[in-house]
Design a protein around this ligand. Structure first.
Ligand code: ADP
Length: 369
């Protein structure tokens, strides 16, 4: 076998953090980035600048790649089908990926497969939302099926007029529809990650707890503290079933709500995910390495944790623009903390890096991180 070429569409931090794993395995990475200063473009020499919506750019990028995979979910499935028709291996394929792109398609597939979801319905207008609420009660969570991220595209509405207002003022991306969901009274948010290869081999990472603030992931504790072995196995089973039912190839993150009724699936991501960054230091095989192994159809690596606990905290942009200067203080204060900076310009609220600490006491780790 010769040195494989893996093409990643998207030049964000997920592609960037795949580079060390690729280097170790002698995998050549090629990235399709929107701009020369994108996070991954800064560190991956074989970067092609182009638009992921542009079919010609995708075809030129894929030429010479052994497999094409993703840093984000925004590539139109129709483009990916054309790539497949031209003989390009696309992993995950468009038929799986559409479930991470469209929340209605995802809810329909999971409901059909009997996998646990919040009560939901597609809605066309505020009257439909009111009808949905009549069977459940306000408030209701209103979502756009496509184009949302980091909580943009999710609203909690308390009455019909509020739903009408949201639906009248939001701009929808092409093909997006509205769905209403019960507002789940969850105790915490969990994420269950699995890697699955085209052979059908799969491994499940420990189930983690994530804290989301304003729709953005703030911190992750791996594994989730106080989750019983039975509950955790159930969440892993759901994630493995989602991967198998949808035919996912690569990493899959299943974001879930932990409730008294058990776990309910909120969202899917078919790529490495923010809730798996802890695995770089915290697991025998990182999510980035297992994503590469899976899309190359190699045997998967052990997801075994290396410490009783890992805590990951995102660095969100604030008013302090010079992260390198801040390193001096962080490193002097805590030589055990692992810092990851993404090379992104600091803007308020933007994910510009993360830190991970390993240990055994959650309060101590949280304080340090
Ligand atoms: P995005 O695709 O923008 O990440 P999500 O569907 O993951 O949007 O929702 C973002 C956040 O909104 C979730 O992490 C959760 O905190 C909250 N949320 C979403 N759906 C519900 C729901 N049905 N009930 C309660 N909270 C919800």
């Amino acid at each position: 076998m010769s040195r494989p070429v893996v093409g990643i569409v998207g030049g964000g931090q997920l592609a960037r953090m795949t580079a060390p794993a690729a280097e170790a395995l002698d995998v050549h990475l090629r990235v399709l980035a929107a701009r020369a200063d994108d996070s991954a473009a800064q560190v991956i020499p074989d970067t092609v600048i182009g638009d992921h919506d542009d079919l010609e750019a995708l075809l030129a990028f894929a030429d010479g790649c052994d497999v094409v995979t993703f840093d984000h979910e925004h590539v139109p499935p129709a483009h990916l089908r054309i790539l497949q028709e031209r003989g390009v291996l696309v992993r995950p394929g468009p038929d799986a990926l559409v479930h991470a792109q469209d929340k209605i398609v995802m809810r329909e597939a999971l409901s059909r497969a009997g996998l646990p979801c919040p009560r939901w319905a597609e809605v066309g207008d505020a009257d439909d939302v009111a009808m949905f609420a009549a069977a459940d009660d306000w408030p209701v969570v209103l979502k756009v099926s496509r184009g949302g991220y980091d909580g943009r595209g999710v609203w909690v509405v308390s009455h019909r007029a509020e739903a009408a207002e949201v639906m009248a003022t939001a701009t929808l991306v092409p093909g997006a529809r509205w769905l209403a969901e019960e507002k789940v009274d969850f105790t915490r948010e969990l994420s269950a990650q699995v890697a699955r290869s085209p052979h059908g081999q799969a491994v499940a990472y420990p189930v983690v707890a994530s804290l989301q603030v304003n729709g953005i992931c703030k911190e992750v504790v791996a594994p989730a503290v106080g989750l019983s072995a039975e509950h955790s196995a159930r969440a892993q089973r759901v994630a493995l079933d989602v991967a198998a039912v949808l035919g996912v190839e690569g990493m899959l993150a299943v974001e879930m709500f932990d409730t008294e009724r058990g776990v309910l699936v909120n969202e899917l991501a078919m790529r490495p995910h923010n809730t798996g960054h802890w695995s770089i230091e915290g697991a025998d095989t990182s999510q980035f390495e297992n994503h590469l192994r899976a899309v190359l159809d190699l045997p998967l690596g052990a997801p075994t944790p290396r410490a009783p606990l890992a805590v990951m905290v995102n660095i969100l942009g604030g008013t302090y623009p010079d992260l390198h200067r801040a390193l001096l203080h962080v490193m002097a204060r805590d030589p055990g903390i692992k810092v990851h900076l993404y090379g992104k310009e600091v803007r308020p609220g933007r994910k510009v890096g993360h830190v991970t600490v390993l240990g055994s006491e959650v309060d101590v780790l949280m304080e340090r991180a």
